[in-house]
Design a protein around this ligand. Sequence first.
Ligand code: ITT
Length: 196
Amino acid sequence: MPYVSPFHSITFATSNINKFREIQNIFQRKSNYKLQLLPSELLEIQANSLEEVAAFSLENIIWEDENQPIFVEDSGLFISELNGFPGPYSSYIYQTIGLKGVLALLKGTTKREAVFKSVIALKYKKITHICVGAVQGSISESISDLGWGYDPIFIPDGTDGKTFGEIQEKKNYISHRYFSSLKLIQTLETIQRGED
Ligand code: ITT
């Protein structure tokens, strides 16, 4: 008898359609799972780590079906010169001082290294799993036209100075979210093997 998977679809709770589209594309390339969107304004605590923020958001989603895996993703840009700021505050900073404000904080400095990090918190049968991905890079001197969020100012290493916004086709093969999503897929496969 062929093995019948206990779940075929995974639910992603987010308010950000760009994040959904990126992870959906990774799932289509790298797994057989279907991704369902649960549009949600997530409750976010102000905490020092993305892991805490993601775990808190996940715990506060009303989700009755414990046989259906559900996850959230929290991302942050950690700038070395600013001691890791904005990090877990990236969403707030984006909405308040914006990209111009971030570049203003770095005015005059050549030390522009940064890390973009993605933390996925998955819940299945009351157990939470954390999957982390990160990409090294730097902050540009100016704001490029393309991309969403911090894409116009984040230059991942190895792209000849191009921002995420300027390499949109390639972004989803090298990004922080690509690596956390691959770990998520591995985690789902491990869970399923355990139930085989
Ligand atoms: P959720 O509902 O899923 O929480 P969000 O947009 O609030 O969506 P985050 O808190 O994870 O997402 O993101 C923090 C900030 O970083 C926010 O301003 C995003 O637009 C931005 N961001 C996240 N991932 C990004 C990416 O891959 N490229 C550019 N900006 C990104």
